[in-house]
Design a binder for this molecule. Structure first.
Ligand SMILES: Nc1ncnc2c1ncn2[C@@H]1O[C@H](COP(=O)(O)OP(=O)(O)O)[C@@H](O)[C@H]1O
Ligand SMILES: [Mg+2]
Length: 224
């Protein structure tokens, strides 16, 4: 189900007094990458340094290139995370994207971390159930499997798991796929938190039955 539908339906159910996993507000807060990153930063959790770009015409000083520009949520007519090499490219990109509703005029800018390799940690409750690494395909820097990224199960260090567990707690989620990037200077940091995570790929690379674990969590929570 899409984040928009899931968030809306969960919120309405919550208003009606129905418990949902995840909570509606937690889904919405995670889906908005700017709100999620602010929430995590406030909780002292390492996040990818992020600035909002509110207008094409604003002068953005102190941006180091290459930089990553992305929408606050996946609404630039699909998943459009872009790499910009300099200020002119940034302006060009923002002019090109600044169509549609008010939200699509807002972008986020981040330093380019590592080589685009990202680490998915799947959390249910306060437990790590599986983790994997996704590497970009040759010539790309986006590790999304939909873009040809290659995924392998990988056990990560305790600090990576601790960051992921804390992120899920800070966003008031029951379960989530936490995506981390890694830099040699600063270690792991949260890039995004998926509150409606897909898990077919992670199930097949890890051999762990995530669907069953979610079902068990739901049943245990309902019994409490
Ligand atoms: N700041 C960044 N530095 C390096 N690579 C990034 C950065 N942000 C995104 N990427 C790469 O682009 C991919 C897609 O970006 P992401 O923020 O996860 O958006 P989405 O998955 O919603 O398209 C990431 O999995 C990662 O490979
Ligand atoms: Mg992603």
């Amino acid at each position: 189900m899409s984040h928009t539908k899931a968030g809306l339906i969960a919120r309405i159910l919550n208003i009606q007094g129905v418990k949902t996993i995840n909570k509606g507000l937690a889904i919405e807060n995670s889906w908005n990458k700017a709100i999620a990153i602010s929430t995590l930063a406030k909780a002292g959790i390492p996040t990818v340094p992020t600035r909002l770009l509110l207008s094409v015409d604003t002068q953005y000083d102190g941006v180091n290139y290459p930089a990553i520009v992305k929408p606050v949520h996946g609404s630039w007519g699909g998943r459009l995370v872009s790499l910009v090499g300099n200020h002119d490219e940034l302006v060009l990109l923002l002019r090109h994207k600044a169509v549609g509703d008010a939200y699509s005029k807002i972008a986020m800018i981040q330093p380019f971390i590592g080589d685009g390799t990202d680490y998915r940690v799947f959390i249910i409750g306060d437990e790590v159930v599986a983790s994997m690494v996704r590497k970009p395909s040759p010539g790309d820097w986006r590790s999304n499997v939909a873009r040809g990224g290659v995924a392998h199960a990988l056990k990560l260090s305790a600090d990576a798991y601790e960051i992921a567990i804390k992120a899920v707690k800070a966003l008031d989620l029951d379960y989530a796929g936490v995506d981390l990037l890694y830099s040699n200077e600063t270690g792991y940091m949260v890039n995004e938190v998926n509150a409606i995570p897909e898990f077919k790929g992670l199930m097949s690379v890890s051999g762990i039955n995530i669907a069953r674990k979610i079902a068990e969590y739901v049943i245990n929570t309902a019994r409490r």
